[in-house]
Design a protein around this ligand. Structure first.
Ligand code: PLP
Length: 438
């Protein structure tokens, strides 16, 4: 199996190469050269999703590793990375509306799945002359914490986090800065888009690449997407086996990594129905689907801050998969939910379902409420809960009028010492950090 750049099919590599490089050398994103197809009927007919996440994950990921040095290790990697619960909980009595809880990992957000898979792969990659791999991460909140947690203390890897100073929640900032050792946290005087730009500049800077073995753990890395595809595959399969119907997903979206992962599952033949992208007030994707004009713009600050992305990188993958707008429009739909609607949805659903959403998950719950009645009746719907509400107490608690219990995973993070450096939004500043700590 080979992976090629979205910009030039001649730029290709294997799974290990794509993991290591993150971004393709021509600035494009890696996509598999062909899509493996799994036959739903070939999975055995038990419907216990809890038992089949590992099994499904191995079968979904193995074809991408065919012929690569990591192929034999995939079962171990999956076992190590997916040692997390991902329960799908019904919200209505008839079970046709449910929530997939992806927040039971060490940093209480779905990004733990991808980050842990990537870390498990990286610790098995061949490193030339024992060089340290430098992982650069631009983060709008949850990525950095998940990557730091997954790589902290692992030999042969060093993580440099860049996050927009003052634009992540206090709880997120805590989990970005509580590491030390092989994790360096930088508060950047700028926006998330600027953090992402610096990381992209670093990857195309030949002298920096010469000096440091650079890699990325952003959702541009295919090693984040493939593991995320597996929970969509496993849970849609469980639903299909039990009810004979595909499962449609509503996914809180920013950089579109999780949404594209869901598309990967569907492309591989898993019984995924509709895919709805729930965005906050950052409307770039919503407007593109409506008008056909791709107009990236500066990001707007919202309550769902991990989705404050004005130029979502993974749209390049969607457009490579669906070159014509009409194809893309029939493959996905998207809605934009503003802060007022997020707040109202958190209040309403706490009453209606007894469930407290984080602000990101609330965009998806709101998108469900806005579906036409006919579509809510015709399909089985699953909202994806991307983070635990206790990560956003300053938003959520005033809305529901009570304090939230802090789960054990977050409590453990909060007891650690804080370490952070403040830098300008420029490549030279990042270079100085790498030189000082490398
Ligand atoms: C990162 C994140 C998102 C957006 O995910 P993408 O893959 O970037 O679209 C949504 N919710 C939470 C809690 C996140 O951390």
């Amino acid at each position: 199996m080979h992976f090629a750049s979205t910009r030039d099919p001649a730029v290709r590599t294997t799974l290990s190469g794509a993991l290591r490089q993150g971004l393709a050398p021509d600035g494009g994103l890696f996509l598999p050269c062909e899509w493996p197809h799994l036959n739903v009927a070939s999975f055995d007919a038990t419907d216990d999703y809890g038992d089949r996440l590992n099994d499904t994950a191995i079968r979904m990921i193995a074809p991408f590793a065919a012929g690569d040095g990591l192929a034999a290790a995939i079962p171990d990697i999956v076992k190590e990375a997916f040692n997390l619960p991902a329960p799908c909980v019904p919200l209505t009595d008839d079970g046709r509306y449910s929530v997939l809880e992806l927040f039971h990992g060490p940093t209480a957000a779905f990004k733990d799945f991808g980050a842990r898979f990537l870390a498990a792969c990286f610790s098995r990659l061949h490193r030339p002359a024992g060089r340290t791999i430098n992982i650069l991460v631009a983060t709008s909140g949850d990525t950095g914490g998940a990557v730091a947690a997954a790589f902290h203390g692992r030999a042969g890897a060093r993580v440099t986090l860049l996050f927009p100073k003052g634009l992540v929640s206090p709880t997120q900032e805590r989990q970005l800065t509580c590491w030390g050792d092989n994790v360096v946290s930088c508060a950047v005087r700028g926006t998330f888009d600027e953090c992402q730009r610096i990381v992209k500049e670093a990857f195309v800077d030949a002298s920096l690449r010469e000096q440091f073995e650079l890699s990325s753990a952003n959702s541009i890395n295919i090693g984040r997407l493939l593991p995320q595809a597996t929970y969509f595959g496993a849970i849609s399969l469980a639903s299909f086996v039990r009810h004979g119907e595909p499962l449609s997903f509503i996914i809180p979206s920013g950089n579109l990594g999780n949404a594209f992962a869901c598309m990967v599952a569907r492309t591989m033949g898993m019984p995924v129905g509709e895919i709805v992208l729930a965005h906050n007030a950052n409307r770039t994707v919503v407007d593109f689907l409506a008008t056909g004009e791709w107009t990236p713009r500066p990001s707007i600050t919202t309550l769902a801050s991990a989705m404050d992305v004005g130029n979502p990188s993974n749209m390049e993958r969607f457009r490579a998969l669906f070159p014509h707008l009409s194809q893309l429009r029939s493959a996905i739909s998207a809605v934009s939910v503003n802060d007022a609607a997020i707040c109202q949805r958190i209040r309403l659903d706490a009453d209606r379902y007894g469930r407290v959403w984080c602000p990101h998950t609330a965009t998806a719950a709101e998108a469900y409420a806005r579906l036409p009645e006919s579509s809510r009746v015709a399909q089985r719907w699953c909202v994806v809960a991307t983070a635990h509400p206790a990560k956003f107490p300053e938003v959520v608690e005033p809305l529901i009028g009570r304090t939230l219990d802090v789960p054990d995973n977050l409590r453990a993070l909060f007891s650690r010492e804080v370490r952070v450096e403040e830098i300008d939004a420029s490549l030279p500043s990042l270079r100085r950090v790498l030189e000082a700590t490398g």
